[in-house]
Design a protein around this ligand. Structure first.
Ligand code: XMP
Length: 211
C-alpha cells in the first residue's frame, strides 16, 4: 500500500478548509508548505489538524543547526506531525531537525533529489546518493525523491533500504502514478487534486495506490 498525501498549496483559509474537508476520506496525510502558511497564517495548521490526518510541514528547512531546531520546534508546536528538511546543508543541520522531530514524537524527511528539471544542475546523481546515505546515518525517517525519475527512486531505494520514500512530481509535473506507486511509501499530489473541478473525485481516482 502506498499512502496518498495531498500537497495543499492553496493560498486562502477558505480554499484550504474546503479542499481538505472534501478530499480527507481519500487521503493518508496532508502536506502544508509556504504557500498556505504565508497566505493564511500558521493558525491554519491547527484548523486542518482537526480533520485528524497527519500533517507534514514542507518548509524544506535549510539553515544552521540552531535555526533548524527553532523552526522544527515551531512546526511541531503548531500541530504538524512531520517535517521536511533539505539535506544539502549537511549532517549537523539535518540532525537538528531529526532530533527535534523525534523529541516531539514526530518524523523528519530529508530532500535527497528534487523533482523539477533544474534539480539536475546540482543535486542529483552522486550528490543525491550521498545525501540519502547521510539521511539514514542521521536517523531520518525517510527521504523525498522525485516521482518524475523512477530510475532515480530505484537507485535511492538501494541506499535507504526500508526507510520511507515520499515522492512528489505526479500529475502536473508529469510523473506517472502507476509507475511510481510500487516504488515508494507515499505519493505527494498537489495541483492535479486541488485544481480539479471536483477535488474529491480527483483524490478518489488516486485511491488505487492505497490498496
Ligand atoms: P504538484 O502540484 O506538482 O505539487 O503536484 C508537488 C508538491 O510537492 C512539492 N515538491 C517537492 N518537495 N522535493 C520536495 O521536498 C521535491 O523534489 C519536490 N517537488 C515538488 C511542491 O512544493 C508541491 O508542494
Amino acid at each position: 500500500m502506498t499512502e496518498l498525501i495531498l500537497a495543499l498549496d492553496v493560498l486562502t483559509r477558505e480554499e484550504a478548509v474546503y479542499i481538505a474537508d472534501k478530499t480527507a476520506p481519500y487521503l493518508d496525510a496532508i502536506k502544508i508548505g509556504y504557500p498556505l502558511v504565508l497566505g493564511a497564517g500558521m493558525k491554519i495548521v491547527h484548523e486542518i489538524a482537526g480533520l485528524g490526518l497527519p500533517l507534514i510541514a514542507d518548509f524544506k528547512v535549510a539553515d544552521i543547526p540552531n535555526t533548524n531546531k527553532l523552526i522544527t520546534e515551531h512546526a511541531f508546536q503548531a500541530g504538524f506531525s512531520a517535517i521536511i528538511a533539505q539535506g544539502f546543508t549537511g549532517s549537523d543541520s539535518v540532525e537538528a531537525c531529526v532530533e527535534t522531530a523525534h523529541d516531539y514524537g514526530g518524523s523528519c524527511y530529508v530532500v535527497s533529489e528534487m523533482s523539477h528539471p533544474g534539480a539536475l544542475e546540482f543535486l542529483s546523481g552522486e550528490n543525491a546518493a550521498r545525501i540519502a546515505k547521510m539521511a539514514v546515518e542521521c536517523g531520518a525517517d525517510g527521504i523525498i525523491a522525485p516521482a518524475t525519475r523512477p530510475e532515480r527512486v530505484k537507485a535511492l531505494r538501494e541506499i535507504i533500504g526500508s526507510k520511507k520514500i515520499l515522492s512528489p512530481g505526479v500529475g502536473a509535473q508529469g510523473g506517472d502514478a502507476k509507475e511510481i506507486a510500487p516504488l515508494i511509501d507515499g505519493m505527494i499530489v498537489g495541483r492535479s487534486i486541488y485544481n480539479a473541478e471536483d477535488p474529491a473525485k480527483a483524490a478518489e481516482e488516486y485511491s488505487f495506490i492505497r490498496r
